[in-house]
Structure formats: structure tokens, C-alpha cells
Design a protein around this ligand. Structure first.
Ligand code: BES
Ligand code: MN
Ligand code: ZN
Length: 498
């Protein structure tokens, strides 16, 4: 989508909706004052009556605005200027875009004044607004006869006294991020009969080919040759045309001998739990269990389009976890690619079995740093809630890079401990380890399991079981896939590039 930049007088901008960001206790001079005058003083009257407060993400539409070139105005609260952050600003603009995207053929102009942005830079605001224009207008309704959201037909961002050249680059970045997030969301939202390992792999292949990136797809035979016994076991209950895939997409933005960042994603396109079957309520949303892989794909696509000077390989481990006479069983002892033997004590702890082999593959393919993303454990959601990503690491420096990138990107991450004693819980009587750790500390024992497969390379595991999929709609966010961590990964790659 093309988002333009303008610096015109707000009252003269033609569009279906003029979206005006308004802080608490706004200064009615400058652009806002001019708008107030064109509206015959209604902004001041609305502020006096308290109908307009500028509280964060508060929306007030005006449908009849004869003094303006725009058809309607939507005021959106930005909260207290001094408290504005990237995340709060995004919440506000997303709410506004979500509201106006309920009709087809809408054009918007987002009006921002420097004064209201006080604590974030104009470039950050513009980039965030551009992302929000794309993400806010895409829902999870693509298969409804009557969609509830429509992509905006045209959008512009109206700035006063800002550096226009900075803003143009910021819009470009924002659009690339928004499209990447929407790609991730689209894949996660697709139902499991449409998105399965093979169809995911072809989508990933198409994305890579479009961007001129190298892509390798490994199928059953190649995965057997790679001795990925752990990943293959999870897949063995699926029918023949739902076989496993591992996709690797390489982007070389730096010298060939520069370090390589591996982004590894769990791509369980449906998690029934296997023979340790999930109850229906827990299974309903398990199409989301490939969010890690979709995030890796979205991130590498954005990093490549942004031409960041880094080398990145995204690895996607794609399987279904199904039930049949050929399913893997409790008591099976698997041999992972790196030779570690694993006693299966719960077939629903399958994500770690998939990642085990993909992580060791990434290591052998030359990863110097690894970040993995996985909807790995319900325990992480119990610990941190639905909005926060859990971080686990064997290398504090690398983890700090990721967590500060997330802070810059406005996404919430919290680091969890990795004390040695958690590894004891994975001991087995009959194999090198078992695939569950027992009742307590489930998110940590899962991370401790993964650690066995990264060969001590600097590694961060991000458990996105909570934040990758929203259980319901809210004013600022469509329910379903969120595309969380795409922004943070791009930011982390940018940090490495420095
Ligand atoms: N895919 C689930 C984790 C999950 C839970 C993702 C909720 C999104 C929302 C994972 O494969 C799983 O089933 N984990 C088990 C592990 C247990 C068997 C040790 C869990 O969390 O119960
Ligand atoms: Mn599971
Ligand atoms: Zn799972």
C-alpha cells in the first residue's frame, strides 16, 4: 500500500476520515487551533463539556463537518503527552484505523502535531502510524461472506514542521513492518485444513522467491536423511499428504564471513495433542501453534525488504501433531538429530521435539546466534499472562539485545530463570532425557529441554503461547493472530547490523 506524506492545512485535506491525534489538555494553537476555527469552535466546546478528553485511545467521531474538506473527523486520544510511548501511540492509532476500516473504500489522513508527540520522535510516530494503518485494517474475517474490515483505499500522514525526508523513510519502514506482521497474522489465522506443512512451505517459498531469497525445503526423505528422528516422530501420525517440511530462507545482507543470525520457529500447523489428546476447549485454537514459524517468516521478509546489513536464516519446522494408528506413542524413545535419545512421556509436549532437530540443524548450518519462537507452553501463559512473551537464554548478552530491541519496538518481554536444577526434572530412567519435566515450572523445563540442542551457541528462546493469539476482539486489536515479535526481531537484527 502507498501511504503519502503531506504538510497541508488540516481543514483542507480531502478524505473520508480525518483522524486527529489529540493529547489530554491539548494546546489549541497551531494546526489544532486552525481546525477548531474551521469547525466553528466545536473542539473547544467538546473539551469544555468533557465529551472529548484526549484519554488514550478514546475515540470521538464527528459526522457532519461542513467547514472541512474531509467528510468526517475522528478524534483519537493520545493520553498525557509526557506519558506517550510507541506502544501507547500504536494502541491509539490502531483503534482509530480499526474503527474506520469497517466500511469499504475509505481514505484517511492521520493528522499529528509535533506538540502532541512530545516524548516520541516524529520518525517513530510516523513509522508506527504507517504500520497501524495496515495492521488495524486487517482482521480475521477473510472467510466471511460479509467481511468486517476493509483495507484502506488510500492514506496519508499529515505533519507540521517535521523533517519530511525522515518521514518518507519512516513511512516505508512502517509499511514493510505492517505487511510482514499481516503476513504472519494471515498465516496464523488460516484454518488448519488450509494451512498444513506443505501449503505453509509453498507460501514461504513464494515469499522468498518474490524477495529473491534463497530457499530450501526439506520433505520426508530429506528429513530422514538428516536423521531428524525427533521432529519426524511428531509428524508420523499425519496422513501421507500432510507430511513434514523444514523450510530455510537465507538473506545475506552482510559479508559472507559476517556472523549469521538464525531465527527458528515452531510450526505445528495443528496440535491435537496426539495420543495425550487435548480437551476440546484447549484444541479449538490450536491452528495457532505455527505462530513461531509464521513469525520467523514475517521477520526475515521484513529484514530483507529493509535491506538490513546482516545475515539471517529463518528456519521453520512444519508438522501436524495428529492421532492415528501410526502416531508416536508414550514410551517411545526417539533419537534426535544430534544423537540425544528422548523418552516420550507426553505426546502433547511436541513443540520441543520439533525444535530440537531444527535447532541442531541451524547450528550445523552455521548459526552464530539463535533466537527461537514457539507457542510452547500453557505454563508460560499461566506465569506471564496473555500479553507477555517469556524469554529464556544461555547467554545474557544476547538476551539483553533481544529484550532491549523489544523495549524499543514497544513489545513486552520478561526474562525467566534457567537454573541448572530445572534440567534435573528432565531425567529419564531409559533415555538421555524425557520430553516433560513434571508439574511445576513447565515453561522453564521446556526451555531447558531446548538448550540441549543448541550446542552452547548464544541462544534466546521466546515462548509466545500467550501473546501470539488474542482470545477476543478489543477496540485496539482484532482477535486471533497478533503478529507479536515481528517488530522486535527486526529491531534486534537492526541492532546486530550496527
Ligand atoms: N501448543 C501447546 C502450548 C500452547 C498452549 C500454545 C496454549 C498456545 C496456547 C504445546 O504443544 C503444549 O501442548 N504444551 C503442553 C506441555 C505439557 C504437555 C508439558 C502444555 O502446555 O500443556
Ligand atoms: Mn502440544
Ligand atoms: Zn504445541
Amino acid at each position: 500500500m502507498n501511504i503519502s506524506l503531506s504538510s497541508g492545512t488540516w481543514s483542507k485535506v480531502e478524505c473520508s476520515w480525518l483522524i486527529v491525534g489529540l493529547p489530554e489538555a491539548p494546546d489549541l494553537s497551531g494546526s489544532l487551533g486552525e481546525l477548531n476555527t474551521a469547525l466553528n469552535g466545536s473542539v473547544s466546546r467538546l473539551l469544555e463539556t468533557g465529551d472529548l478528553k484526549g484519554k488514550l485511545a478514546e475515540l470521538l467521531p464527528l459526522h457532519d463537518v461542513p467547514g472541512l474538506a474531509a467528510d468526517r473527523v475522528l478524534f483519537v486520544g493520545l493520553g498525557k503527552s509526557a506519558e506517550l510511548t510507541r506502544a501507547r501511540f500504536e494502541k491509539a492509532i490502531m483503534s482509530a484505523v480499526r474503527k474506520v476500516s469497517s466500511q469499504d473504500g475509505i481514505t484517511v489522513a492521520i493528522c499529528l502535531s509535533d506538540a502532541s508527540l512530545e516524548s516520541i520522535s516524529v520518525a517513530v510516530a510516523v513509522e508506527t502510524a504507517a504500520t497501524a494503518i495496515l495492521v488495524g485494517a486487517q482482521g480475521q474475517d477473510s472467510l466471511k461472506a460479509e467481511p468486517e474490515h476493509f483495507p484502506l483505499t488510500a492514506a496519508s500522514i499529515v505533519l507540521t514542521e517535521a523533517d519530511q525526508s525522515d518521514a518518507t523513510a519512516a513511512i516505508e519502514r512502517g509499511v514493510i513492518l505492517g505487511e510482514a506482521i499481516n503476513l504472519t497474522r494471515e498465516l496464523v489465522n488460516l484454518p488448519p485444513q488450509m494451512l498444513y506443512p506443505e501449503s505453509f512451505a509453498s507460501r514461504a517459498q513464494a515469499v522468498a522467491t518474490n524477495l529473491g531469497l534463497q530457499v530450501d525445503v526439506l520433505g520426508q526423505a530429506e528429513l530422514e536423511a538428516e536423521k531428524m528422528g525427533s521432529l519426524l516422530a511428531v509428524s508420523q501420525g499425519s496422513s501421507i499428504n500432510r507430511g513434514p517440511r523444514v523450510v530455510a530462507i537465507s538473506y545475506q545482507g552482510a559479508a559472507a564471513d559476517a556472523p549469521t543470525l538464525a531465527i527458528v520457529g515452531k510450526g505445528v500447523t495443528f496440535d491435537s495433542g496426539g495420543l495425550s489428546i487435548k480437551p476440546s476447549e484447549s484444541m479449538i485454537t490450536m491452528k495457532c501453534d505455527m505462530a513461531g514459524a509464521a513469525t520467523a517468516l514475517g521477520a526475515v521478509a521484513a529484514i530483507a525488504r529493509l535491506k538490513l546489513p546482516v545475515n539471517v536464516v529463518a528456519y521453520m519446522g512444519l508438522v501436524e501433531n495428529m492421532i492415528s494408528s501410526t502416531s508416536y506413542k508414550l514410551g517411545d524413545i526417539l533419537t534426535a538429530r544430534n544423537g540425544v535419545t528422548i523418552e516420550v512421556q507426553n505426546t502433547d509436549a511436541e513443540g520441543r521435539l520439533v525444535l530440537a532437530d531444527v535447532l541442531s540443524y541451524a547450528v550445523d548450518k552455521g548459526a552464530d546466534r539463535i533466537v527461537d519462537l514457539a507457542t510452547l507452553t500453557g505454563a508460560c501463559v499461566v506465569a506471564l499472562g496473555e500479553e507477555v512473551t517469556g524469554a529464556f537464554t544461555n547467554d545474557q548478552n544476547w538476551c539483553d539485545t533481544i529484550t532491549s530491541a523489544a523495549a524499543t519496538a514497544g513489545e513486552d518481554i520478561w526474562q525467566m530463570p534457567m537454573f541448572d536444577h530445572f534440567a534435573e526434572l528432565l531425567k529419564s530412567e531409559v533415555a538421555d532425557c524425557r520430553n516433560i519435566g513434571g508439574r511445576w515450572g513447565g515453561a522453564i523445563t521446556a526451555a531447558k529441554f531446548l538448550e540441549k540442542f543448541v550446542a552452547r551457541k548464544p541462544w534466546v528462546h521466546l515462548d509466545i503461547a500467550g501473546p501470539s493469539f488474542a482470545s477476543s476482539n478489543s477496540a485496539h486489536r482484532e482477535g486471533g493472530a497478533t503478529g507479536c515479535m515481528v517488530r522486535s526481531l527486526v529491531e534486534a537484527a537492526a541492532t546486530l547490523a550496527e
